[in-house]
Design a protein around this ligand. Sequence first.
Ligand code: DGY
Length: 424
Amino acid sequence: MTADAARLYRHALEVLRENDQGTYTVPTKGLYPFQWNWDSCLTALGQVHYDEARAWTEIETLFAHQWPDGMLPHIVFHVHSDGYFPGPSVWDTGRPIATSGITQPPVAGFAVRRLFERSADREAAVRRARALLARIDAWHRWFYQMRDPHNEGLVAILHPWESGRDNSIDWDEAFERVPTEGIAPYSRRDTQHADPAHRPTKAQYDRYLWLVQHFRSLGWDNRRLHDASPFQVVDPGFNAILIRSATDLAALAEELGEAEIARANRARAAAGIAALETLWSDRHGQYLCRDRTTGELIDSASIGGILPVFAAIPQERCREVARTIERWAHKVAFVVPSHDPLDPRFEAKRYWRAPVWLVMNYMIADGLRAAAETAVADAIVQSSLDLITRSGFAEYYDPLTGEPCGGGRFTWTAAMVIEFLEAA
Ligand code: DGY
């Protein structure tokens, strides 16, 4: 490792350690003071390089708060903090330890298989992976039961926060149908910690909250939420993560002798890969979201439609997506922007409407490498490390200037840096 790389590595460790709360890690102090679902799973991939036991604990803590129906909530409110909105009283999910009532991209199956492969203590890895297998499988089953009621092979998100890409341009049109009447007065906290110009708008927050209130009025009963939601979107990126996790869980289950879990997850992944094809757009050279309430594809070329390379999509699709990334790369200084830079709706600094996120880069590069698109994968990793060197461990980055945006000293950004440096 060069001296520069060693310095970055040390800095990444510092960020991870300062956000570590003992049994879980906060995404960053101030802006996000609790445990977030997919942040934690990806954080564990950084932790495993310096403390294997701690990495397993990160994911176990999250699963200790799984709902009885199988859902893994997107936030666990372990402690009291006034610094975040909406807090536990707004969600009011009635869980013994407060959680939110929606979920997040199901990256756990992928993360646990990777932890298992990286763990030197084999006895502990087998024991801890075995204990998580059934829980992750229950979460996957929950998705297909609750979010794919017509057996399409693809699941819907019911709230933009579930996608993790909160204010993506993908949701704009569908969000117009979400009303705002009757929302309780509220005061945002995120804009006290981060530049409001980097965050979602008030109009978007009103709708986020309307959906929360609506689901709360239905008692968070997942058997009712799908059909009752005016927002139902099939996101190719979200589904690709689920498919990849199902594939990885199947492989892990096979290795641990859990044949039924392996079979069920292999079947889910195969159905998902076949169904993803219905989201393909020749015009954009990538996948698009489908609005399930209208049945129409959404004309918005975002990173959600690039992310399917993370799953085992056909080789020619992967090739076409790699060419799309190369086209985008000519328009920006840093890849991968979270939206097509030629789209007039592209907003370079605003959260998921253009900025670069290292977790996305990590998953996309991983998929491209597996498909032998090595040059594009290498360029994405290099761009990621250039961003860190230039702008530190930010939440996300302006793809035109590399400027750091959102929160600072971000845990999963640091975890991804460790992964990139370890693989170099
Ligand atoms: C937020 O509050 O910005 C989160 O993304 C919602 O989970």
